[in-house]
Design a protein around this ligand. Sequence first.
Ligand SMILES: [Zn+2]
Length: 243
Amino acid sequence: MTKRNATLYLTLIFSLLTLVIAWYIASFLTRPPDSASFDGSRAYADVITQVQMGSRTPGSTGHVQIREWMRAELQSAGWVVEIHQTERLGQPIYNVIAKRNNESPQIILGAHYDTRLFADNDPNIENHSLPVPGANDGASGVALLLELARTLPEDTIPVWLVFFDAEDNGRIPGWDWILGSRAFVEEIPVNPQAVVIVDMIGDIDLNIHLEKNSDPTIRAEIWETAERLGYGNVFINSENIAC
Ligand SMILES: [Zn+2]
């Protein structure tokens, strides 16, 4: 081998090696995230995104904006989105339903995406006529469901994610509590084995007490699973005597 040939040969080897290393780094950087791992920081970012939309009270700009944002997030995670549009007490209702196929759901996971018209429980009386920001009461449940949409394995039993509308305006003239979920139950003909509704699950010191209106068997199963996974300090095994 002449000196010139040796130089060419070495240059070729070096170029190929560089290409292989570059391909390896590129494939590592563009690797999709582990679909099975729930990312709390991504869910938290979804809470911030919602709060930045302003209040999401029915009929507001934020209410339209959050619906379109949820639809885009769900579709990019591979879910089919349908709007269950109806009305109760003269109020328009837009429940957002996400499904992966046409099978009837065996489990429904739900949260409400609207926020309350008035912060009438705020310690500061000056806030009572303002809408609630809905970071914990509204956005936290939506964020959990969206992150589940991204991370639930594809081969689960049929699951629907339902984002209920018009849930939080009880004790306000012209409204009532849980209008959206009641309309869903009355108008959507499904018969799941279990329905789990989440709301106000974003507290900095989170205590989820046993929910007294829930099915005792499903409730026990969830709290036992949480205990087994090491979350017994969050899922408190007693009803909240304060409410
Ligand atoms: Zn709520």
